[in-house]
Design a protein around this ligand. Structure first.
Ligand code: ATP
Ligand code: MG
Ligand code: MG
Length: 379
């Protein structure tokens, strides 16, 4: 059988490996962490840094095609691999997604509106920032995720202090928008440019981290869904993208859409596709990587996904206690996914729970009950 490689060993890599193995592929994961979620379930685990030339040579030698599972894989490593093997997504797309300034420039070039913003790389740019961007959020241009590397500011003095706190690194200041909702769209684009997409996901974030994703028809108006899908398609087309990509959007008070950011990979808001769709986002990642037919996925059940963060392991005090899985698994339509992370830590994504139901009302009621059992906030 063919062998597929993954750069990165997190939960996204783990779920890709599981999808690939279920179709008979052999897998190789490159990750420096010996207990990475994907490394633990892969046939091979190359324990090395992403820029380790010998490890990259070995990965290329062992694999027929290679993909990535997190956006901070160094683009030069992907470029080196691509000299020998099929790599998707490609280094250029990943490089743009890794840099908020370049990412926003790409959105503008595609004609998709994003939040008013300014790039801050120098003290002069800091001084020249328009008042109209305050209150705002200062975000590091690179390496931020789950709300890390972001500071909310209301005054110029706070902005200057925040930039210092972020090490005077290249940043983007975004105007704070009044959000009515957030949503995301996942597309898969093949080598020939053909694209398929999942239904529009509606996302609830808490503390800058995704908490809940709800997906069913009544959830997003048809007009909004259409424009979100069209915007995502033009963003993917503009990159000549090959692979699975997610675009996050803000919905403003007047129902207009503003793009937030893109992820050059499957996305946390698409985990429900494993249990609620006939093809998952990882199945489509596999198909785009291997050139297999891209079939439009069909959602067969309303779905609500609850993220299981490490906080749930610490209901009281400092000793980790596993959440009440038996009770949760007694709920009809509950699908528990745990990523095999040995240490629970606050804010760490440990797993997710997808609730499917025969009707929206039933799925929602079950998900509310699961949230109560877990001690999560109502949604
Ligand atoms: P991810 O883990 O999704 O990559 P991230 O660290 O890149 O997260 P963002 O997506 O930029 O962070 O922001 C996280 C959340 O913060 C958003 O989903 C939204 O809830 C809120 N947020 C970010 N930017 C803005 C803004 N300009 N106005 C209002 N809320 C915002
Ligand atoms: Mg991000
Ligand atoms: Mg985000």
């Amino acid at each position: 059988g063919a062998t597929l490689g993954v750069m990165g060993g997190g939960q996204l890599g783990r779920m890709f490996v599981q999808a690939a193995q279920s179709m008979g592929y052999f897998t190789v994961v490159l990750d420096p962490d010996a207990s990475s979620p994907a490394g633990l379930v892969s046939h091979y685990h190359l324990l090395a840094d992403y820029l380790d030339a010998a490890a990259l040579a070995q990965l290329a030698q062992r694999c027929d095609a290679i993909t990535t599972e997190f956006e901070n894989v160094p683009a030069p490593a992907l470029r080196q691999l691509a000299a020998q093997r099929r790599v998707s997504p490609d280094a250029d797309a990943v490089a743009i997604a890794q840099d908020r300034a370049r990412e926003k420039a790409h959105f503008v070039a595609c004609g998709v509106p994003c939040a008013p913003h300014a790039v801050i790389e120098t003290a002069a740019q800091l001084a020249a920032v328009s008042e109209a961007l305050l209150p705002g959020i200062l975000k590091t241009a690179r390496l931020g995720y789950d709300g890390k590397g972001q500071i909310r500011v209301t005054t110029r003095a706070e902005l200057a202090a925040a930039w210092a706190e972020l090490g005077n690194a290249p940043c983007v200041l975004e105007k704070m928008l009044a959000l009515k909702a957030e949503c995301s769209v996942i597309v898969a684009r093949g080598l020939d440019g053909a694209m398929v997409h999942f239904p529009v996901q509606r996302n609830l974030h808490q503390g800058g981290i995704l908490a809940v994703t709800e997906v069913y028809e009544e959830n997003v108006s048809p007009a909004l869904a259409r424009s979100a899908v069209e915007a995502t398609e033009s963003i993917a087309n503009g990159l000549q993208y090959v692979g699975v990509m997610c675009v996050e959007f803000f919905v403003l008070q007047d129902d207009s859409l503003v793009v937030n950011e893109m992820a050059p990979r499957p996305h946390n808001s698409g985990h429900y596709t494993i249990d609620a769709c006939d093809l998952s986002q990882f199945d489509l990642q596999l198909r785009t990587l291997t050139g297999l037919p891209l079939v439009a996925p069909r959602q067969h059940s309303p779905a609500i996904m609850l993220n299981l963060l490490g906080d749930l392991w610490f209901p009281s005090g400092d000793e980790a206690v596993a959440p009440p899985w038996r009770e949760l698994l007694a709920l009809p339509g509950a699908h528990l996914h745990l990523y095999g992370k040995q240490q629970a830590r606050r804010g760490r994504k440990m797993g997710h729970l997808t609730i499917t139901g025969a009707s929206v009302a039933q799925a929602r009621a079950t998900a509310q009950q699961a949230a109560r059992q877990l001690g999560l906030d109502a949604f």
